[in-house]
Structure formats: structure tokens, C-alpha cells
Ligand binder design. Structure first.
Ligand SMILES: CC(C)(COP(=O)(O)OP(=O)(O)OC[C@H]1O[C@@H](n2cnc3c(N)ncnc32)[C@H](O)[C@@H]1OP(=O)(O)O)[C@@H](O)C(=O)NCCC(=O)NCCS
Length: 161
């Protein structure tokens, strides 16, 4: 497995990963078409990559992408589910089914945190939203994310870099 920076050609992969994140419990709560038509969901990827966006892709030994994590800043007018402040990028992460439980998600998140810390700016905090019941919360807590608020049935979590 290899981690590399995400670029413009990865937008299709990122859309697949966004769909996995929305359908985290294995049910198809959202189809790809519904996700594409959802203005809230679109905020995470519209125009990727915009200035300020950054992300990482995990590839298997054959160079096939198996997951991704990325972050972008949003605004109070058009926030994400994990919006905290306009200077706090919100992250999205997912590993494709069949590739989970082998350390890829942890490696992606650690690489994204390193990328955030290395950005000019610098990035002081990262945020995310995790729905109640998603075991991904254990990964976030283990990396130092703490819950700072609620949005519907989800926790908003923040990592201080
Ligand atoms: C969450 C996700 C990205 C984690 O990636 P992964 O490659 O499966 O995770 P890893 O193998 O690196 O495991 C990291 C930690 O995740 C936690 N975890 C994540 N999913 C889990 C599950 N289904 N059951 C148990 N633990 C889980 C564990 O605490 C694990 O800790 P460990 O390393 O001490 O075992 C992946 O499971 C996924 O894509 N899930 C669906 C999409 C999703 O939920 N995205 C996040 C939305 S907020």
C-alpha cells in the first residue's frame, strides 16, 4: 500500500469515497445520482481541487486506488456537516469496501494530518462529522480528535494540530 497526494484526476475516486462515507453503514441510503444532486454533499467536492484543498490517496500494490481522505474549508453560509469555522478544513475519509480493516484508513488520516501541518497558513485545526454508531469514531479518538458539538445525529469533532 502506498499513500500519495490527491490531484485533479482523482475527482472520480473522491466521489466514490464520498458515497462510501454517506453510506457508511453498508446500506445504500444514497445513490450516486442522489449524492450528485444533493447541494450539501456537493460542497465537499465541487470544483475539486480548489485553492486550499488538499488530500491523499491510498493505492494497493498494483497502483489501484483503495481509499482517500481530503479536506477543504467551507463557509458559514454553505457549511459542511462538520463545519466549525471558515479557517478549519473539514475532512472526508473512506476506504473502499473489501479493503477495510487493514490499517489503510489510519494511514490515510495520519498522512492527511501531516499534509495539513505542512501547509502554508498554517492549518491549526481539522474538523469532521461522524454519525452516531459509526465505528470510525474510534479511529478519530485514537488520533486525538475530540467532540466539540452536535449536528443532527452526528458529532462534530476537531483535532488541534
Ligand atoms: C472508517 C474507515 C475509513 C476506516 O478505514 P479502515 O482502513 O477500515 O481502518 P483501519 O484498518 O485503518 O482501522 C483504524 C481504526 O478504525 C476503527 N474502525 C473503523 N471501522 C471499524 C469497524 N467497522 N469496526 C471496528 N473498528 C473500526 C478501529 O478503531 C481501528 O483501530 P485499530 O487500528 O486500533 O484496529 C473505513 O472503515 C470506511 O471507509 N468506512 C466507511 C466510510 C466511513 O465511515 N467514512 C467515515 C465517515 S465519518
Amino acid at each position: 500500500m502506498r499513500i500519495r497526494p490527491a490531484g485533479a484526476p482523482d475527482s472520480g475516486l473522491l466521489l466514490r469515497v464520498l458515497l462510501e462515507a454517506y453510506n457508511w453503514n453498508g446500506e445504500e441510503r444514497f445513490t450516486a445520482a442522489e449524492l450528485a444532486a444533493d447541494p450539501y454533499a456537493a460542497r465537499y467536492l465541487d470544483g475539486w481541487p480548489r485553492p486550499g484543498d488538499f488530500g491523499v490517496v491510498a493505492e494497493d500494490d498494483d497502483g489501484e486506488p483503495v481509499g482517500a481522505a481530503w479536506a477543504r474549508t467551507l463557509t458559514a453560509d454553505a457549511p459542511g456537516h462538520g463545519f466549525v469555522a471558515p479557517d478549519v478544513p473539514e475532512l472526508t475519509i473512506g476506504v473502499l469496501p473489501g479493503h477495510r480493516g487493514r490499517g489503510t484508513g489510519r494511514a490515510l488520516l495520519e498522512a492527511l494530518v501531516r499534509a495539513a501541518a505542512a501547509r502554508p497558513g498554517p492549518v491549526a485545526r481539522l474538523s469532521l462529522s461522524v454519525e452516531d454508531g459509526n465505528p470510525a469514531v474510534r479511529l478519530y479518538v485514537s488520533l486525538g480528535f475530540t467532540a466539540v458539538g452536535r449536528d443532527g445525529g452526528s458529532d462534530t469533532m476537531v483535532l488541534e494540530l
